[in-house]
Design a protein around this ligand. Structure first.
Ligand code: SF4
Ligand code: SF4
Length: 324
């Protein structure tokens, strides 16, 4: 087989045969043209100048059993998602060698890794990944971004884990959806359920979310080790090193659960997706985290939208949120 005989359909069939639930192909040159954050661009050509012409986006759905667990920090959820991420990485690797055997070099992007060159510990900035998988998925026609910029797919709503492959196979890319799948502030279930209260009007407080999305991530490790070093009493210092936090960190680092996986409460309660009515609604309909203040904020958003006012955050992300 040579590169010329590769088609988008053949790549998608192979990805599904290997275990992907959803797959789309984005045009890397368009992603270069429209970085999600122009002030901090992360685009395919910045990852590789050779193989960024197409971005294959793979998705596996999360399990219904984990989505039904009500606590955002349930270890079974973290662990289940970590296993899914590993399965997705393995299938991506198999797809890469199949692509290369077909004449098209390809590269996995570790999109859950934090880019160390952009990490500013003291600035309380959000963590940055080499490429936004959510924006790539929108460009690949797999869904649109929601009120809090989570990816929503028609099949599974936001309940998917994503993987990215860059390739030089210049096959036909998919087209972006034009209309938003999100139901907006009238729904607002992501905002009501968020333990960090990070969901805003077509925006998200990313640093606040990061502490829940990656509860045992680098900031936790660094803060904890600093507190141990700063403890003046040797006995207490040793107690801290043998305490619960160290044990949690040890387990998290062993598998990555609680580091590359974490809170996804906003995804579990989102009513969009063919899976929702039958497999989830009866278990996640009630939202224990709802408060009168959150409902009031959602009401204010609806009033603004009814008056034709949309926040700048919507305008900046309109390409990926879609028209309302
Ligand atoms: S991942 Fe968790 S903390 Fe972040 S926006 Fe969703 S519900 Fe809130
Ligand atoms: S929960 Fe509702 S408001 Fe939030 S992303 Fe889903 S559809 Fe949109």
């Amino acid at each position: 087989m040579n590169r010329g005989s590769l088609t988008a359909a053949a790549i998608k069939d192979k990805a599904k045969e290997l275990g992907a639930d959803l797959v789309g192909i984005a045009d890397g040159t368009l992603m270069d043209q429209y970085p999600p954050d122009p002030e901090n661009p992360r685009t395919p050509s910045m990852v590789t100048e050779y193989d960024g012409k197409r971005v294959i986006v793979l998705a596996k759905r999360t399990s219904f059993a984990t989505s039904r667990l009500p606590d955002w920090d349930d270890q079974n959820k973290f662990y289940g998602d970590e296993l899914l991420l590993s399965a997705l990485e393995e299938l991506a690797l198999d797809l890469i060698f199949w692509l290369e055997d077909s004449g098209a070099p390809a590269l996995i992007v570790p999109y859950k890794h934090i880019d160390p060159l952009r990490f500013q510990f003291e600035s309380n900035e959000r963590s940055h990944h080499p490429l936004s998988a959510e924006h790539a998925a929108v460009e690949a026609g797999m869904g649109t971004l929601g009120l809090n910029h989570q990816l929503i797919t028609p099949e599974y709503g936001p309940r998917v884990i994503l993987g990215l492959i860059l390739t030089s196979a210049e096959v036909e890319p998919d087209k972006k959806m034009d209309t938003a799948l999100c139901l907006g502030p009238e729904c607002g279930r992501c905002l009501k359920s968020c333990p960090a209260d990070a969901v805003q009007h077509w925006d998200r407080d990313w640093p606040a979310c990061d502490r829940f999305k990656s509860p045992f991530g680098f900031p936790f490790l660094s803060d904890y080790l600093t507190s141990v070093l700063e403890e003046p009493k040797l006995e207490k210092k040793i107690g801290m090193l043998r305490g619960m936090e160290t044990s949690e960190l040890f387990q998290a680092m062993l598998r990555g659960s609680g580091i590359v996986t974490g809170c996804r409460r906003c995804a579990d309660v989102c009513p969009v997706g063919e899976d929702y009515e039958e497999s989830l609604k009866q278990w996640v309909d009630e939202i224990a985290e709802e408060t009168p203040e959150k409902v009031k904020r959602l009401d204010a958003m609806q009033i603004e939208e009814a008056a034709g006012k949309l926040p700048n955050s919507y305008e900046h992300q309109k390409r990926w949120i879609g028209s309302l």
